[in-house]
Design a protein around this ligand. Structure first.
Ligand SMILES: C[S@@+](CC[C@H](N)C(=O)[O-])C[C@H]1O[C@@H](n2cnc3c(N)ncnc32)[C@H](O)[C@@H]1O
Length: 373
């Protein structure tokens, strides 16, 4: 619980954030609207919705923060209007579709904390047609980075103080995204817009964005900074831009490169960023004029670590989890409904998970992610 306390008081204390959400909520939530607060934490956004007259909020959170939300609404006398659901949003079922979805699941770079999948799923299953989504749009921005602090972060595993046997982890470290609070002086280009994403039931599962940045100060190029602008409603935008004095004080993302290189003012650098939110895949390619391209990806070193490779030498078979998924998916035959599949699994293989409820949740989770009607 202590981690939750520290995490959530941090969100509550972020200057401007509550004001921006309150302002968007008073524009977008009509009296008597119902709302689902996705990843509600201690319930703050849903409580703001009740303050402007929402008739009911379903607050959903998979962490123990949900118990803080529950006690908070009870003590505040709001519990008739606020239902807490201790669950992943992907498994939660609401009694009825709602008028609005709300969340702050925007991470450091907009797409790095799971908002796309979370909102897509909730918009399909929980939202009335035409219902409001807050936020409903993300604008991704990037800039070049020339920063000793970032340089050291990316090179930490090969620092002299680290025993040499660990220096091989440097490759992993350079394929990792870091939170960093950028000072404007650490950016060596003007910011450019990388792309925009509309959040709804149809948000694509794969993105590829291209942009070009122009160097404004000569020096060493260490990688990219990325941040978001999120559209909360009407003309209300929330950003963690290090260049916006009204931005919320949330770290931005630093994307390092394997081999920092020297740049001159006026140089142009091409950037491609690809993302598959499910599985949390992010790749960033950086090409100075004349090349070569440096390709980094948070999957480059995690798909098959050396340790996994060693255990994959002999003939392969599916592990227990994959066998369970394979069995459940074998029942998706174009004939059975979800209820019939769940019934079949509970009759024939209730032991797939340690508890029967666990087995039901597994079936629902796999069907939600892998099946369509
Ligand atoms: C960034 S915090 C925001 C909390 C709160 N909405 C606020 O604005 O202060 C995100 C919360 O989402 C929860 N969370 C993350 N993924 C979730 C999921 N798939 N289902 C339910 N809760 C989730 C986390 O436990 C965390 O409490």
């Amino acid at each position: 619980m202590s981690d939750s306390l520290a995490e959530h008081v941090h969100y509550l204390g972020l200057a401007n954030r509550s004001d921006l959400y309150r302002s968007a909520i008073s524009d977008c939530i009509a009296p008597d609207d119902t709302v689902a607060d996705l990843g509600c934490g201690v319930g703050v956004l849903g409580i703001f919705c009740l303050e402007v007259g929402a008739s009911h909020v379903w607050g959903i959170d998979s962490s123990d923060a949900i118990y803080l939300a529950q006690e908070t609404v009870r003590k505040a006398g709001l519990d008739k209007h606020y239902t807490c659901i201790a669950s992943s949003t992907f498994r939660a079922e609401l009694a009825e579709p709602v008028d609005a979805l709300i969340c702050d699941h925007i991470g450091y770079f907009g797409i790095d904390y799971g908002i796309i999948d979370m909102v897509r799923d909730a918009a399909k299953r929980m939202l009335k047609p035409g219902g409001a989504i807050m936020p409903d749009k993300l604008v991704l921005q990037i800039a070049g980075v020339s920063s000793d602090a970032c340089h050291e972060k990316a090179a930490a595993w090969s620092d002299d103080i680290v025993p040499k046997v660990f220096h091989w982890i440097d490759e992993q470290a350079r394929n990792t995204k870091y939170p960093h609070e950028f000072a404007p002086g650490e950016l060596c280009s003007a910011p450019v817009e990388l792309g925009q994403i509309t959040l709804n039931a149809d948000t694509p599962e794969y993105f590829s964005f291209e942009a070009e940045i122009e160097i404004t100060s000569s020096g060493r190029f260490d990688g990219l900074a990325g941040w978001f602008k999120s559209h909360l409603g009407n003309d209300v935008w929330m950003t963690n831009s290090p260049l916006d004095p009204n931005g919320i004080k949330r770290s931005q993302a630093f994307f390092p490169i394997a081999r920092p290189f020297d740049v001159q003012r006026g140089d142009r650098i091409s950037v491609t960023i690809r993302a598959r939110p499910e599985g949390n895949f992010l790749a960033w390619d950086i090409t100075p004029r004349g090349g070569p391209t440096q390709k980094q990806s948070n999957w480059a070193t995690t798909i098959l670590a050396e340790a996994d490779r060693a255990t994959l030498d002999g003939p392969l078979r599916l592990n227990d989890n994959a066998q369970a998924s394979q069995y459940i998916l074998s029942l998706v035959d174009g004939q059975r409904t979800a209820a019939q599949i769940e019934e079949t699994v509970m009759r024939d293989r209730p032991d797939l998970m340690p508890s029967q409820q666990g087995t039901r949740n597994l079936v629902r989770d796999i069907l939600k992610r892998c099946a369509v009607s």
